[in-house]
Write a protein that binds this ligand. Sequence first.
Ligand code: ADP
Ligand code: MG
Length: 681
Amino acid sequence: MELNQDVQYIKGVGPTKVKLLNNLGIYTLEDLITYYPRDYEDRGKPRKIEDLQDGEEALIKAIPASRFHVINAKRNMKICKMLVRDETGTMEIVWYNQQYLKEKFVSGKWYNFYGRISKKTGTATMNSPVFDSENENKNTGKIIPIYPSTYKLSQNVLRQIIENGLKIVNGQIEEILPEKILKEYKLMGINEATNKIHFPKNFEEFKHAKRRLAFEELLTMQLLLNNLKNKTIEGHNGIQFSKDVKMSEIINSLPFKLTKAQLRVLGEIDKDMESDKVMNRLLQGDVGSGKTIVAIISAYKAVKSGYQMAIMAPTSILATQHLESFTQILEPFGITCELLISNMTKKKKEEVIQKLSNGEINILIGTHSILEENIIFKNLGLVVTDEQHRFGVNQRSIISAKGKNVDTLVMTATPIPRTLGLILYGDLDISSIDELPPDRKKIETFAVTKGMEERINNFIKKQIKEGRQCYMVCPLVEENEEINAKSVMEMVEIYKNQVFTEFRVEYIYGKMKQKEKDAIMQEFKDGKIDILISTTVIEVGVNVPNASIMVIQNAERFGLATLHQLRGRVGRGEYQSYCILKYQGHSNTIMQRMKVMQDTNDGFIISEKDLELRGTGDFFGTKQHGLPEFKIANLFEDIDILKQVQKLANKISIEDPDLEKEDNQKLRKMINKRFSGKIEI
Ligand code: ADP
Ligand code: MG
């Protein structure tokens, strides 16, 4: 038996079927037997006719109660009907153009029928069921796998081909998991699992088989990630920042007390910075959890140890805001900070470049512009990227390459479940700020449909009169053919000229001139603008503690992660804050999303829900990070398996990082096969 043998040699596979199988991505015997079912139908337990419900699929054990009628309908259609009964009632069965089935039924004998029930007319009818005679179980009497797509093959045909394939395999797949692991984790052998994933006798068997296969898939991936991580660390001699520069020097000068979580995270960073290991750390923390100050304190350590520091943010608004925060805290310590964004005069830019290369600038704060080739540091030691999810992994490495073995900290406000973090950011250590500063109040969130307009507007007026400010976010800049979505310009017209005439209403959107954007943001920060209407440019990072209302138009158009980010623009100070989600439509997903937003302010829960409602495929970054697609593991459903696997993988990686021990060699072979051409251990 060769797993890579062509499917054409399998019984029941002729030239046309080869093509159809190829269309499903099935070329070899191995492809075939790893084409896993997406679902199963339980055709095992017969139901009683009297209990049947309209629309459900069911297995009925019954005997013929009438002749097999063939009725000639129009256009040569032949409708075949037969009544059957069990001890509780009678049911009609209908087939179309299958008059030859007449031969199959003998009165007085029992049959199993499986099909969809219709009770539209009152009596139960089953349309075109599959069936077996009493002692047969070809189509019924068991759990039947349902395959994801069969293209032009029928489920029955594909099922038969897979069954034939498994017969060829005949229990000869090589086991790659060491005996020890199989025992310790109570895993099925690979052959049993492969058979049972296709043809389980019951739900328990399915669960065991799936667990085994997912375990292997996750384990090989985790081992690969561990190996990559070791390689990035290996051989580098990181900068050892000075042990004499104490983070506490600056911590004690702050106007507020850091949270426990901030202190813990700083401890982790401090340790990395002082060691000779190159820091590659992800700092995740919910919106408003105070990541910027962590970056500032780390920057202090780097600069006072004699190095330069750079921080990159996704928008100029954010970079400008960081410049203010950094300068405010670090200038008193004699540290110079400068801004670098695309929208600067040539003269100013040249001046920055000059001062950067001779070391007069300690800290450079900017956007993508920092990545440009002519931006050269004298001795860059620490790099921070803010809102990492807006950047590619690539950009992270370009900026790091501007120094030698620099320490890197990437910050993200899109919290991800810890276990997933290890996968998405496999090469990074993770620090989490899992606590908000103590003065924060829960943001009250209301999801509303049409008809609440006036009440909301009155509420906004009241808040502004109390001195607060309001953000309003729209999905579009201008009206276009999408009549169902609100645009910034439309809302400006209504709010500025009709509803809020007594207040100052302004707007901002991505394509506006940088200067105009900065000016508007500054005025909003200074409290001169009451209502700021914008697109999602406002999504990340902006910090105006006086703003207390966030109104989101067409909230149904945004994903949970974005809604959470947007909501995080308010509630950043001492004031009770509100988020109003205006939505249209009432599909299940929309309603669930709105409910999640109303029920929780916790970014971790929201990201988990986001994952659940959208599936892992869409989950931010999964595709972008080029993770392998899983054949059977599901990062969301299999989180428990993943946790076990991660522990095990870490143990294996410590004992045998390159998987050279005899026990682990087959694992290594499998990894190299699965990721062939891409990465090798
Ligand atoms: P994010 O993590 O979303 O980037 P920021 O770093 O912008 O959050 O912090 C949000 C606000 O909270 C800022 O005004 C910051 O000064 C303030 N802040 C940060 N840490 C604390 C703290 N420990 N106590 C009180 N306020 C804090
Ligand atoms: Mg931030």
